[in-house]
Design a protein around this ligand. Structure first.
Ligand SMILES: [Zn+2]
Length: 408
């Protein structure tokens, strides 16, 4: 296997002098003014990013408020539906009770008619009775010629007083019976009136309940109106915020494009101009480590893992420009450096992943070999403190161990 690191070891003195040349070339590629311009573009982009974040937060809050109001509206509408059903039921019950009261009243009126009839019968009977009593009295007092003359035979004459007594007794019996019937009718009427009073009490209760439900419905309608107003307001706010968001998003996109374009231009100039005469003179980014915990290509592994204590310094393997210094769900905090085009015609880039915290270098920054980039950690998709190190040759992941000294 061709181990390139052996070749640079044989030319250490040459490499040292050329490393200085590399630094000079970097300075030429990215002058101080260029960094200022890049910083300015980055700051502008970050300001817009902040604005965008704020608007997005507002939109989120507003959406949450809208969702709450809509849930509240649904709840009120459900309650409203239940209330409507209850009010309808009460209305039916009130109508029923009113019918019952009207029926009861008819019965009472009928009963009163019966009572009046009975009273008329009693009055009539009394009147007849009184006439007969007068006649009998006159007979007992010595008789009236008119009455006697109407008796045509002796038997009738003899039996007449007896007949009168029978009639008297019968009258008394019938009147007593009628009085009993009259009392019974009055009792029945009293019972009907009691029933009606009870029904009227029920009606009053139902009317009360109906009023309460009406009150509740009014209250609910007021709440619903208020909630709908909130929804309208939130929707209007949503439109305003969305318009604002689009505007800021566009400004941000433009700023990001301007920044990226400028960065790419800088990197391209660097790639074209920089010649790493100290070609492939890479150093191990760790001064010390425990062991290699996973090799390149093992199970499709795109890098080499060096187990090392958390906080171990990570250094740039060669001079270059930082192209990535951020957080990634898998790499965690990581840095990527492009080292430009070497005199073998290939471009080289290195990547350092799972740093314990944000890198100490930033995108666009030129770094020199050995410069501190960050510290070993276990952020992102990682199960323990280690450095995941990648080497990219012409953008293709390659085995970094072909370029640095190491122990297993
Ligand atoms: Zn790894």
């Amino acid at each position: 296997m061709h181990k390139l690191k052996n070749s640079w070891r044989k030319a250490v003195s040459l490499g040292l002098s050329l490393a200085m040349a590399c630094t000079l070339l970097f300075s030429a590629a990215l002058p101080a003014g260029a960094d200022d311009k890049l910083d300015e573009l980055l700051e502008h982009k970050n300001q817009l990013q902040d604005q965008l974040n704020q608007i997005n937060q507002k939109i989120q809050d507003n959406e949450a408020g809208l969702a709450d109001a809509e849930a509240q509206r649904d709840l009120l509408e459900q309650q409203g539906e239940i209330l409507r059903q209850q009010i309808e039921l009460i209305g039916t019950q009130i109508s029923d009770v009113n019918t019952q009261i009207a029926n009861k009243q008819q019965e009472i009126d009928q009963k009163q008619q019966d009572i009046d009839d009975k009273q008329a019968q009693i009055d009539q009977r009394w009147s007849d009775f009184k006439l007969r009593m007068k006649a009998m009295q006159r007979l007992n007092d010595g008789g009236s010629i008119a009455l006697l003359s109407s008796i045509t035979n002796l038997y009738e004459l003899l039996s007449f007083p007896k007949t009168l007594e029978d009639i008297y007794n019968k009258d008394e019996e019938v009147l007593a019976e009628m009085d009993g019937e009259y009392d019974e009718l009055n009792n029945q009427k009293q019972q009907l009136e009691n029933d009606r009073t009870e029904l009227e009490a029920s009606l009053a209760t139902l009317n009360d309940l109906g009023s309460q439900l009406d009150g509740k419905q009014n209250e609910l309608n007021a709440n619903l109106e208020q909630t709908n107003a909130q929804i309208d307001q939130a929707e209007a706010m949503q439109e305003t915020l969305t318009a604002e968001q689009q505007q800021v998003q566009q400004a941000f996109n433009e700023a990001a494009d301007a920044y990226d374009a400028y960065l790419q231009q800088s990197l391209k100039e660097y790639d074209n101009q920089a010649q790493i005469h100290c070609s492939l003179n890479f150093i191990n980014p760790l001064n010390s480590y425990k062991y290699i915990s996973c090799y390149f290509g093992d199970g499709g592994h795109g890098g080499t893992d060096f187990a090392a204590p958390g906080g171990t310094e990570i250094h740039a393997m060669a001079d270059g420009v930082v192209t990535n210094a951020t957080y990634h769900w898998s790499y965690g905090y990581y840095v990527m450096i492009t080292h430009g085009r070497a005199d073998d015609g290939n471009t080289y880039a290195t990547l350092y992943a799972h740093m314990n915290s944000a890198p100490v270098v930033s995108v666009g920054q030129t770094v020199t070999q050995g410069q501190l980039l960050g510290y070993v950690g276990t952020t992102g998709n990682s199960t323990g403190n280690h450095l995941h190190l990648e080497m990219r040759v012409n953008g293709v992941r390659s085995n970094v161990l072909n370029y640095i000294s190491y122990h297993k």
